[in-house]
Design a protein around this ligand. Structure first.
Ligand SMILES: O=c1ccn([C@@H]2O[C@H](COP(=O)(O)OP(=O)(O)O[C@H]3O[C@H](CO)[C@@H](O)[C@H](O)[C@H]3O)[C@@H](O)[C@H]2O)c(=O)[nH]1
Ligand SMILES: [Mn+2]
Length: 740
């Protein structure tokens, strides 16, 4: 039998795997010793009055050990993958792709950025008749509708230009801003480039005008908080044959679903499900590329790279999605807020790729449509059975049947008749999902605000797999948060969603194991869901040992005791393994140090408030919400981020806890050294606590600086400092009562 040339290859990084496994083994033994010390030896030594403190310390150590153990599962067998797009079948045999772009808020997500994403998606290197781009506008904004029409007009020149000259930076804004074009084009090219740049400037001008006028008058549609569906086929490839029909354009469809205050709309997951249905009857492509509005395509070949996995018969039957790591265009060298989420995309995802695959990450993935249609569906179900799952539109049900029978839809979008638009509007209405399984079993799931994490988790539970495609040239580039406030607000939402999953019947360790998900993969999912729990040990360890130090109560073993060695080993082992992970994946000492700080800051704020929010939702005191992350850049704040200077302009509820804890540690460290170590000579039994305070202060030095040494707009305001001093004295007072 003739063997086909390979489409993809995978290699295991045995060295990293061996290091992680050996480290986990040794570290776990040390953890057992530590728990033995705390539970057996220490508990017998301490006076009864000290029990509450002992308990908090014990809980902290338990949670830290638990999370540390779960975390190690990520890199038990990291892999690297290679793709060979040159071995793909010819263009006319490639499957069609629908691209989903979501936007929700015309103010926080400026139209120019969104349109750049749309244009970059339209310019991917793929047969244009096989690509349909859908823009979901949850903001229901006339400006966005006008903007997308303008984008189509500009696309008519931009896309042929990209095709003709093999442009790689297919997002116009980045193309025109870049210092070099990556193209050796000669005179023709330069001339054309100049023309296109002019057109781009005009396009921007028209967007600006549309924004000022709140859209133009000729849109013919009404928008408002309670509004009807608006669906418009902005352009079809047939009419995009400018340039003597040389370069055709993908189709472009605008969808703003019906919204009504009396119906939940389920945020992004709801928007994506509407797109799934509408695209079902419009193009019904078997694969879907999902993009957030701020995540543009940066490499035209991403679709072909993804197809190397989806079309490889060895892995494709069980492959649900190909995830590309999220990379960002606005990350500074120092990245003080860890905006790149390096640990996730650079360390953990490649690690999970060696298990059954990385988690779904909301954007930058090529998904098999069938995987979103659930596993309860099978080929010989009749229409009435399908209706229970997919709702009552027969027309849509036929497309589901086509999809689950693997019949490809290569004809793409046809001329659209009025009644079909009517049907699409029905599919996008608020009530369509009633009495169906949308959001429960079908499509993107509504159970949690982190719809990506949860949907991917359930897919993996059902036996689907995923792969990470991690080419050296970033396939997509997004914008990440570049100030403390946005980072923490976003983090609070994520962590609230994660805790929602943790405290539900879908708790990854239980539900995953019940579904026979491989244990290591389960551990990874459980780690992320439990990550917000870091707030407990970090809060406790930033307060309790310090209060005890001030009152002369030892918490850690004496320096001369052999148990002291266990604690020092655990501390150094955690620090150095993390350093190894960072350096091994291209980071520096500084990255490593920053990430410790970000971890502490997030534990005290985002993880804490996220957990609180989820608990309140659990008891019905709070409704789910999804505030889109701000994508408007504040120049001054951006400048500080780029210079590596923290910007503490954020709400008091985020900053005050941080400053309070730092002040408490300053007091305990100073008094510990002077009062306890120097005057009372108790270095040996209090060393652990003095050192802990010292470590916390070192890591959080920028907060001290922001409080004492800086007087710019981004520094910590005086009243925040005063309030924090007051609060830390309250803590001291409470501490002294309990200890007596
Ligand atoms: O009601 C909504 C809210 C948001 N969005 C869109 O969802 C996307 C992501 O929202 P964003 O505010 O940028 O959230 P982030 O926290 O930055 O997004 C991360 O986290 C989300 C889960 O919380 C994932 O869905 C995203 O893919 C992931 O990038 C954006 O395109 C929004 O326009 C909607 O379409 N409808
Ligand atoms: Mn985002």
């Amino acid at each position: 039998m003739e063997t086909l040339p390979p489409l993809q290859k995978v290699t295991v990084d045995t060295f990293s795997a061996t290091v992680t496994r050996s480290h986990t083994f040794i570290h776990s033994i040390a953890i057992l010793f530590m728990l033995y010390y705390r539970l057996i030896i220490n508990l017998n030594e301490i006076p009864i009055s000290f029990l509450p403190y002992w308990f908090l310390i014990f809980v902290s150590e338990l949670i830290l050990s638990f999370l540390r153990t779960l975390d190690s599962a990520h890199i038990f067998s990291p892999v690297t993958r290679y793709v060979y797009p040159e071995n793909l079948p010819p263009d006319d045999e490639l499957p069609a792709i629908d691209v989903f772009v979501c936007t929700a808020d015309p103010i926080k997500e400026p139209a120019l950025g969104v349109m750049n994403t749309v244009l970059s998606a339209m310019a991917i290197d793929y047969p244009p008749e096989k690509v349909t781009v859908y823009l979901s506008d949850d903001g229901g904004s006339v400006t966005t509708l006008c903007a997308v029409r303008e984008a189509w007009r500009f696309g008519e020149v931009w896309i042929p230009f990209c095709r003709e000259f093999g442009v790689k930076r297919i997002c116009p804004e980045t193309f025109f801003q870049a210092a070099d074009d990556e193209i050796n084009g000669g005179k023709d090219y330069l001339l054309e480039r100049e023309n296109i740049q002019k057109e781009y400037e005009e396009f921007k001008e028209r967007l600006k005008k549309a924004q000022e006028n709140g859209g133009t008058k000729d849109t013919g549609v009404q928008f408002g908080p309670n509004r009807d569906t608006v669906i418009e086929i902005i352009g079809q490839r047939s009419c995009g044959a400018k340039n003597n029909g040389k370069a055709k354009l993908p189709s472009l469809v605008y969808v703003s679903r019906e919204k009504n205050n009396s119906h939940p709309h389920h945020f992004k997951a709801g928007a994506l499900n509407v797109l799934l249905r509408v695209s079902g009857i419009v193009s019904n492509s078997p694969y879907i590329l999902m993009l957030d509005c701020d995540m543009h395509s940066n490499d035209p070949s991403s679709a072909r790279q993804a197809m190397c996995f989806h079309l490889d018969p060895k892995i494709s039957p069980s492959l649900a999605f190909v995830q590309f790591p999220q990379r960002f265009r606005n990350i500074s060298k120092n990245d003080i807020y860890d905006s790149a989420m390096r640990n996730c995309f650079v360390v953990r995802w490649p690690g999970m790729d060696g298990l059954i695959g990385p988690m779904l990450s909301g954007t930058c993935f090529y998904m098999k449509r069938k995987a979103l249609y659930g596993t309860a569906i099978h080929k010989d179900m009749d229409l009435s059975e399908l209706k229970k799952y997919f709702g009552s539109s027969n027309e849509f049900l036929y497309t589901v049947i086509t999809c689950i029978n693997d019949k490809q839809n290569d004809t793409g979008i046809k001329e659209f008749a009025d009644n079909e638009i009517q049907e699409a509007r029905f599919l996008a209405s608020c009530t369509y999902e009633e009495e169906s399984q949308w959001g429960e079993e079908i499509g993107f799931l509504y159970h949690s605000v982190v719809e990506d994490y949860f949907t991917g988790f359930i897919m993996h539970c059902k036996g689907w797999k995923s792969v990470l495609c991690n080419p050296s040239r970033p396939a997509f580039l997004g914008s990440s948060t570049t100030n403390l406030s946005d980072t923490l607000v976003q983090g609070t939402r994520w962590n609230s969603g994660l805790v929602e999953v943790l405290f539900s019947r879908f708790c990854p360790l239980i539900y995953g194991l019940k579904s026979r998900m491989p244990f290591l993969e389960c551990m990874c999912y459980a780690y992320l869901a439990s990550q917000p729990l870091y707030c407990f040990p970090v809060w406790f360890l930033a307060i309790v040992p310090q209060l005890c130090l001030l009152n002369g109560i030892p918490i850690y073993p004496k320096v001369s005791s052999p148990w002291f060695f266990v604690y020092s080993f655990l501390f150094l082992s955690s620090l150095s393994k993390y350093l190894w992970d960072v350096v091994n994946t291209g980071g520096t000492m500084r990255t490593w140090w920053n990430e410790w700080r970000v971890w502490m800051i997030k534990s005290i704020t985002a993880y804490f408030y996220g957990t609180l929010d989820a608990i309140m939702k659990l008891y019905g005191c709070r409704k789910a919400s999804f505030l889109p992350t701000n994508k408007v850049v504040d120049d001054e704040q951006l400048k500080r981020y780029q210079m590596g200077i923290y910007n503490f302009q954020a709400s008091k509820r985020l900053i005050v806890p941080l400053v309070t804890l730092v002040i408490l540690n300053m007091i305990s460290f100073t008094w510990g050294v002077i009062g306890k170590v120097i005057l009372e000579g108790r270095l040996s039994d209090l060393f652990g606590q003095v050192f802990l305070s010292f470590f916390i202060l070192m890591v959080n030095y920028p907060i001290i600086e922001g409080m004492l040494l800086r007087r710019d707009k981004g520094s910590i305001p005086i009243f925040v400092t005063l309030l924090s001093i007051l609060l830390s004295f309250c803590l001291l007072f409470i501490g002294s009562i309990f200890v007596r």
